[in-house]
Design a binder for this molecule. Structure first.
Ligand SMILES: Cc1cc2nc3c(=O)[nH]c(=O)nc-3n(C[C@H](O)[C@H](O)[C@H](O)COP(=O)(O)O)c2cc1C
Length: 370
């Protein structure tokens, strides 16, 4: 079990694929269509087994404590991500499963032990997504104060330093930080197989990205629609900054896939779930939480609303298998190591994607045939 095995997500595929958001009701689709994702444990388990058998490399959950309301209470039911990961890791063979953890809401020594436990269950397939939080309502419910933006990452640095200490060979060690102090900390066992879990972060701000570059194996960044050139430059820049600091980092992105036998069917279904049946009340709440109002963005407010309905801003990939394959390949060519995908209903839609898109990606040399 080497760090390299973990970083490769246990596959030789050039383009890694994952599933994003399946632990939440509605997943990443802010829609009212009745077939929207349940987020139930049974569905997650079936999905993880199907993904594992198909050679999908990872599942990435969303760390969310409070739904967004609206007609569907979008993401109102969410399974806690580390226990979710532990269960899925116990039921799969190859899949890497991430836990998405709010650093300020859990003591790092407890967190470190939870991660090690999940990692042992998965024999080295647990991954950690560190989030600092952005949603004040969620912090209020814990009686916790959300720090100002820069301090969130200062705290996360100490939190992760403490985790690393707990994972290291050091015994009975102290940590004296500005926010976190531990004394004579003992943490056994260590992560599985003498290496540590893969660690990611999805900071978008310069501070968030600098945190990833300093600490993480992977940075997840959004690819704005039609801006692949900017994404290419972003990947190159992040990698160069990491190298300058003596580190190496991969850049991943996220996309929402609507794939159907023909271009027309895909466009029609996309229109159906995003435009005709979005949960606009939930969309507008998310927009308000992010400070996106019609007054501030009069020119493209409607476009922004559609963008939120579609995976809260995830890149929409809509088309027949050839089109979807081509667009995924373009993202790979822009330098992404992998893509975390969402579907309106992951279980219903993954089989078609597996049958039609995975072989096409294999023919392009981006993945091996299963
Ligand atoms: C792929 C991806 C996954 C994310 N997952 C979560 C999450 O599960 N929970 C959460 O509170 N924030 C999540 N975020 C938000 C980021 O952690 C981060 O706070 C956000 O991108 C803003 O960046 P900043 O913190 O650098 O300002 C995610 C963002 C992306 C792009």
């Amino acid at each position: 079990m080497s760090t390299q095995d973990r970083l490769s997500l246990y596959s030789r595929n050039q383009l890694k694929l994952g599933l994003f958001g399946a632990n939440c009701s509605s997943g990443r689709a802010v829609t009212k269509v009745p077939e929207r994702w349940s987020g139930s444990w049974d569905d997650c388990l079936r999905l993880a087994r199907m993904a594992d058998a198909a050679g999908i490399e990872f599942m990435l959950p969303v760390g969310r404590w409070k739904g967004y309301g609206g007609d569907t209470d979008y993401q109102g039911e969410t399974l806690e991500t580390v226990t979710w990961a532990a269960g899925l890791l116990g039921a799969t063979q190859r899949l890497t499963v991430f836990g998405t953890v709010h650093a300020p809401l859990i003591h790092p020594l407890i967190a470190a032990k939870q991660f090690v436990t999940a990692d042992h269950i998965g024999q080295g397939r647990f991954g950690l997504n560190i989030v600092c939080g952005w949603n004040e309502g969620e912090f209020d419910m814990f009686g916790a104060t959300m720090r100002e933006h820069e301090a969130r990452y200062d705290y996360a640095q100490e939190w992760f330093d403490t985790i690393r200490l707990a994972w290291s060979a050091a015994e009975d060690c102290d940590f004296q930080g500005k926010f976190i102090q531990v004394r004579q900390a003992r943490a056994k066992p260590k992560p599985y197989g003498g290496s540590r879990p893969i660690v990611m972060n999805a900071g978008a701000s310069p501070t968030g990205q600098a945190f990833a570059i300093r600490n993480c194996d992977a940075l997840f960044s959004m690819t704005p629609k039609g801006k692949l050139q900017e994404f290419t430059a972003h990947v190159a820049n992040v990698k160069a900054l990491a190298r300058r600091g003596g580190r190496q980092i991969d850049v991943y992105t996220v996309a929402v896939v609507t794939c159907r036998p023909t271009q027309r069917e895909a466009a029609e279904y996309y229109r159906h779930w995003v435009i005709d049946n979005a949960d606009w009340a939930a969309v507008d709440r998310i927009m308000a939480m992010r400070g996106v109002t019609r007054e501030r963005f009069p020119d493209d407010f409607e476009e922004r609303r559609h963008h939120q309905a579609n995976g809260m801003g995830g890149l929409p990939i809509v088309g027949d298998p050839d089109t979807v394959t081509r667009e995924l390949a373009q993202i790979a060519a822009a330098g992404a190591k992998g893509i975390a995908l969402s579907f309106v209903n992951y279980l219903d839609e993954l089989p078609f994607f597996r049958e039609e898109v995975l072989p096409r990606l294999a023919r392009m040399g981006l993945r091996e045939t299963e």
